[in-house]
Ligand binder design. Structure first.
Ligand code: ADP
Length: 386
């Protein structure tokens, strides 16, 4: 990619969402959502299907009205229960999952369309469109039609089209969902780089936690229309405030346990499978509480079987070894049948081998059993973030 042109820079804008509620008939799909994106920040809204991500994005865009609360852009009220400034007056650029290009227009005309409607002069349109197409690596494709491009190329056109009007706010609606893995990663880097170069504030929705962690300055986790946690990727990963957030952002597995001791550092010592482990207690816990211990893949380290039954260590048997390029993912079965997945090591451990698993307390979270929830809605079993 070539360096950005100064002419593509915009004035960064603060986005404030304050107590937004949205209902469809009797169904509340957004409930009292408040969130501030500082000027130039890249925000990712992460949540399972049906959690309200698209609805919130459409509220920010001005495609949906709100029932309660308000939205401010750069301090200016753009939405409340009476006001709804239309999308074209909000200074937005949008990129959609399905590209949404006009099939009968060339690549250059797709990108130029909004500028022409704004009455920008021919020369400037040509310069800006040409500059951006070069920037996304499609300078030679200006006269092609979308149907003559691959999915990744079409999404680059959509990105150029979103950026050409120098929006103060960029909205991304799962833009990588339709692309294969390799292309996804390359386009993700381009989206991150280009967005940050323009200085626009960005809101990006996805159900893919690895995408969210890779892109975001801040992540908002949505569940059933409510914002359940909001913070930096590091905070969300290291201090998930509920089992839902921990599960949705990648676990190796879960164990039932009982709190033996509350520690001075705020963590807890728990008893599980005749072993003692130290875990974080994000919601606070009392001695004797029955808990679920949720373990991140990164908290587990494989070692030789441990006859001494050291604390901080679980024993198990390797049930599966999968080559992942940079190393190997293992599935380890614990006594009692619990499986821990995605246990990474650079070298392979053979199937059926007895091993010890060292457990690091920073990636291990204990929550009261009462917080238990159906695994399917919480995305349990996903373990691709580490
Ligand atoms: P997500 O983007 O996280 O998958 P959505 O915002 O699309 O979630 O949907 C949130 C909830 O709102 C879902 O239960 C969905 O069925 C419902 N919903 C979305 N749009 C409408 C609509 N126009 N009428 C009624 N219900 C809707």
């Amino acid at each position: 990619m070539k360096p950005a042109k100064a002419s593509n820079e915009v004035h960064a804008t603060r986005l404030e969402i304050d107590g937004v509620t949205k209902r469809y008939g009797a169904t509340t799909v957004l409930e009292d959502v408040s969130l501030t994106a500082e000027a130039g920040e890249f925000h990712v809204l992460l949540g399972p299907s049906g959690s309200g991500k698209s609805t919130l994005l459409r509220v920010i865009a001005g495609i949906e009205r709100v029932d309660e609360g308000q939205v401010l852009l750069g301090g200016e009220l753009v939405a409340d229960r009476r006001v709804c400034v239309p999308p074209e007056q909000r200074g937005l650029g949008m990129v959609f999952q399905d590209y949404a290009l006009w099939p009968h227009l060339t690549v250059a005309d797709n990108v130029a369309y909004a500028l022409r409607r704004q009455g920008v002069g021919r020369r400037e349109v040509a310069d800006r469109v040409g500059g951006l197409l070069d920037r996304v690596g499609l300078g030679d494709y200006a006269q092609r039609f979308p149907g003559e491009l691959s999915g990744g190329e079409q999404q680059r056109v959509a990105l150029a089209r979103a950026l050409v009007g120098r929006p103060r706010l960029l909205l991304f609606d799962e833009p990588l969902s339709n692309l294969d893995a390799d292309l996804k990663e390359r386009l993700r880097v381009e989206i991150a780089t280009l967005t940050r170069e323009t200085g626009a504030t960005a809101v990006y929705i996805t159900h893919d936690q690895s995408e969210a962690f890779a892109l975001a300055d801040r992540i908002g986790v949505l569940r059933d229309g409510r914002l359940v946690q909001h913070g930096t990727p590091e905070t969300i990963y290291n201090e998930p405030n509920s089992p839902f957030v921990a599960r949705f952002t990648g676990l190796s597995g879960e164990l039932s346990a009982q709190v033996e001791k509350v520690r001075d550092d705020g963590g807890v010592q728990v008893r599980t499978l005749d072993r003692s482990l130290v875990a974080q207690a994000p919601t606070g816990l009392a001695e004797g509480t029955e808990v679920d211990v949720l373990i991140r893949p990164a908290a587990l380290k494989l070692g030789d079987a441990d006859p001494a039954e050291d604390s901080h260590t679980l024993s198990g048997v390797v049930r599966d070894t999968a080559y992942r390029g940079r190393g190997y993912d293992h599935v380890v079965e614990l006594p009692g049948g619990t499986l821990l997945c995605g246990v990474f090591d650079q070298r392979p451990w053979q199937r059926d081998r007895s091993v010890a698993l060292e457990v690091t307390s920073s990636g291990c979270f204990a929550y009261p059993c009462a917080d238990r929830e159906p695994a399917a809605t919480a995305g349990a079993g996903r373990n691709d973030a580490r």
